[in-house]
Design a protein around this ligand. Structure first.
Ligand code: HSE
Length: 436
């Protein structure tokens, strides 16, 4: 007879509702595939008012997390409330009592991942978090298990579905930023506080998790350079298109000369780049390893069912462990460093830049722009000026060759103080496809 595994779920919101529905509707199917009966024992929510999940009998619900955390018959606690506290305390309490934990909590893992891994290790309990990155894409399992033989040198990801959705809608349907954001909220993609999505914080949480798993490198959030997509205008999207690029919200962890670059910002990708055609709410994670070369993992990065799919995969993994009498098969408190020695300072990164100046249309302006860039060692690859319509201010778009970030910053500081520059210059980095 199949083992019975009891589940307590805390947080009956968008994802929690998807998990509960699947557990209730697919019980038999999951039992056959997992080799254990997955029984929903208790669901906790503060109010149950906002849920769109199945109606549950009163015997199954509680408003006190302790009813789950202290129930000796519950084997797996699924934490889906998000945020740092009280989620951290709930998870620590569960682990210390030897319960296994499944969480989608990227913010918590980004700031306290190592602490939680250590506690799980001591308690010989499992802590799984597939749904924390990439929605329905099983990228955590890929990094933790599938690519174990590889030394990685790059992880590039579109890992915020909301930002990707907004930029895609702005490009394809010419929606305004705010219209597109509204739609993302309606679909349930955005965080409760959508600034986490559009200012790059959500992606930085996920990047910290990927960096820890992929490079064995713990990175503090404040060490990640973050720029959101709120500064991207319709004009930049269209100019980039005309030049053969797409603007994508990219999270980058890349080894260069034994240093690791970790940054999140909107990035120009050539249209042939494997990540350039990842649109809408889709996420993708590109990984380069010394044995596998390039790999791309693609799927829905947000939304109820894709995320619930990952939560249930974790539950099933743990249920299999319980059924076969093993636990803590994959300890994460001893991740090795590979060859990366330290983080690279942002000023030291080198890339091609897209620069959009808004300048007075008069003789000598282009020469002065070129002169300042040249003084800072920035070589121009191409120049594009739009013919002026009514206003005397025109956009001038310059693509540079590889240039050092610190030099670009210095040059733009000078240019933005020149009398003919009428708006702060927009500077966007590019990422070239790799040949291997
Ligand atoms: N708000 C997140 C996103 C949800 O848009 O990607 C998935 O983590």
């Amino acid at each position: 007879m199949a083992a019975t595994v009891n589940i307590g779920l805390i947080g009956y919101g968008t994802v929690g509702s998807g998990v509960v529905r699947a557990l209730l509707e697919k019980g038999r199917y999951l039992e056959e595939r997992a080799g254990a009966r997955l029984v929903l024992k208790r669901v906790c929510d503060r109010t149950f008012r906002k849920t769109k999940g199945p109606r549950l009998p009163a015997s199954l619900t509680t408003t006190h997390a302790a009813d789950i955390l202290n129930d000796p018959n519950i084997h797996i606690v699924v934490e889906l409330i998000g945020g740092i506290e009280p989620a951290r305390q709930f998870i620590l309490t569960a682990l210390r009592q030897g319960k296994h934990v499944v969480t989608a909590n990227k913010a918590l893992l980004a700031v306290a991942g190592q602490e939680l891994f250590a506690v799980a290790s001591r308690a010989k309990a499992d802590l799984y978090f597939e749904a924390s990155v990439g929605g329905g894409i099983p990228i955590i399992k890929v990094l933790r298990e599938g690519l174990i033989a590889n030394r990685l040198d790059a992880i590039l990801g579109i890992i915020n579905g909301t930002s990707n959705y907004i930029l895609t809608k702005m490009r394809d349907e010419r929606l305004s930023f705010h219209e597109a954001l509204q739609q993302a909220k309606q679909h349930g993609y955005a965080e409760r506080d959508a600034t986490l999505d559009i200012e790059g914080h959500d992606a930085s949480h996920k990047l910290a998790i990927l960096t820890l798993l992929g490079f064995g490198m713990p990175v503090k959030l404040e060490q990640i350079h973050i720029e959101g997509i709120s500064k991207i205008s319709q004009a930049d999207i269209q100019y980039a298109e005309e030049l053969g690029y797409r603007i994508k919200p990219l999270a980058i962890a890349k080894e260069v000369d034994n240093e690791l670059e970790v940054r999140v910002h909107p990035t120009l990708l050539e249209k042939s780049h494997p990540l350039a055609n990842v649109n809408g709410v889709y996420n993708a994670v590109y990984v380069h390893g010394d044995m596998v070369g390039s790999e791309l993992f693609y799927g829905r990065g947000a939304g109820q069912n894709p995320t619930a799919s990952s939560v249930i995969a974790d539950v099933a993994d743990i249920a299999r462990n319980i059924a076969t009498g093993v636990s803590h098969r994959i300890p994460l408190d001893r991740l090795t460093h590979g060859g990366v020695r330290r983080l690279r300072r942002m000023g030291d990164i080198e890339t091609r830049y897209y620069l959009r100046f808004m300048v007075m249309d008069r003789p000598g302006v282009l020469a002065r722009l070129a002169g300042v860039l040249g003084r800072y060692g920035i070589s121009i690859a191409s120049v594009h000026q739009k013919e002026r319509k009514a206003a005397r201010i025109v956009p001038v778009v310059i693509m540079t060759h590889d240039a050092k970030e610190s030099q670009v910053r210095r040059a733009l500081q000078v240019i933005d103080h020149l009398g003919f520059a009428k708006h702060p210059t927009v500077a966007l980095r590019t990422e070239a496809p790799r040949s291997t």
